[in-house]
Design a protein around this ligand. Structure first.
Ligand code: PAF
Length: 316
């Protein structure tokens, strides 16, 4: 496992609130306590949206927020809108006590942990954010409506975590997301741009176990044998990043063959894309030596678990 990062500021007991009113009240108080902080219009606010079942990857988000922002709020909410499959939603791990302990250790100030009735009073919302074409490919193709659900809840969280609303606020407001969910980062960035949210989206690099497996809340559902098999995904990505760094042709078919050689892994997609638009690279990866920057992405089913991973490619 990766080594535990040191907390970057002294920790104090974390507060957990469950309602939107409490969230506003406590965030306002915390920002008030730091009124003198920040040279840029007052104390900065960092938001770390999560669905709980936190691991070291989430810890990295919390650490990044605590290192940069004066007040940090994390949310823990298993958002029903982004699950296509009720079984997947039901079995999603709920571990609030352990989550709060991890966030407290990181120095997060406040946890917002609403239930579905609090987040969506009166049932699921009729009006939702439509995530658009960027959300229709890759993960979106196998999980229709997923990114609409993500954008709807994230836009609500952006509003709810900021007492008094966006109007007149000049101090920075940042939201932290894991680069492991590269498409989520791209879609949320696009939403922020298209809908003028005054929020800076910060992507935090993927945290990996020592053997290379990207940390994910879903890894706990892998048997030992499946976990071993899943390592082929990061190996395939590393093959591509090594070739990119050496300015060689990427030959993505080799990476695909490597994944397919593992019988417990059922490949969904593996491709090399533009990091912002997620469109496949325009130049032929077979013959042309690699130049510039790109993103290698992969998704596969390993036993009962769908895993995704990605790696930035950069010519050295
Ligand atoms: O990445 C996640 O855990 C979720 O998609 C998010 C951003 C918290 C929205 O529910």
């Amino acid at each position: 496992m990766p080594t535990q990062p040191m907390p970057t500021r002294p920790t104090r007991p974390i507060q957990i609130v469950h309602t939107r009113a409490e969230l506003r009240e406590h965030t306002a108080r915390l920002l008030g306590e730091k009124a003198g902080a920040g040279s840029d219009g007052g104390p900065s606010l960092g938001l770390v949206p999560t669905m709980g079942a936190l691991h070291e990857g989430h810890r990295a988000l919390a650490d990044a927020a605590v290192a940069r922002d004066d007040v940090v709020v994390a949310s823990v909410f298993v958002n029903p809108l982004q699950f296509g499959d009720q079984t997947d939603l039901d079995r999603y791990p709920r571990t609030l006590e352990a989550d709060a302990a991890l966030l407290e250790e990181a120095g997060v100030d406040l946890v917002f942990a609403p239930d579905a009735d609090e987040m969506y009073p009166g049932g699921q919302p009729e009006v939702r954010v439509t995530a658009g074409p960027l959300a229709g490919k890759w993960e979106g193709a196998s999980r229709p409506g997923h990114f609409d659900g993500v954008c709807t809840v994230v836009s609500k969280l952006f509003h709810l975590a900021l007492p008094g609303g966006f109007d007149g606020r000049r101090a920075p407001y940042r939201a932290y997301f894991g680069q492991k969910d590269a498409q989520q980062v791209a879609v949320v960035r696009r939403m922020v741009r298209d809908l003028d949210f005054p929020v800076e989206v910060v992507a935090v690099p993927t945290v990996r176990a020592e053997d290379g497996l990207a940390l994910s809340s879903r890894n706990r559902f892998l048997s030992d044998e499946e976990r071993e098999a899943a390592l082929v995904l990061s190996r395939a990505l590393r093959l591509l990043s090594g070739r990119a760094a050496a300015r060689e042709p990427l030959l993505p078919d080799d990476a695909e063959a490597l994944v397919r050689s593992q019988p417990l892994v059922e490949l969904d997609y593996l491709d090399v894309v533009d990091p912002e638009t997620l469109e496949p690279l325009a130049f032929p990866c077979r013959e042309t030596p690699f130049a510039g920057e790109a993103l290698a992405i992969v998704a596969a089913k390993v036993g009962p678990v769908r895993l995704i991973d990605n790696m930035p490619l950069a010519a050295q």
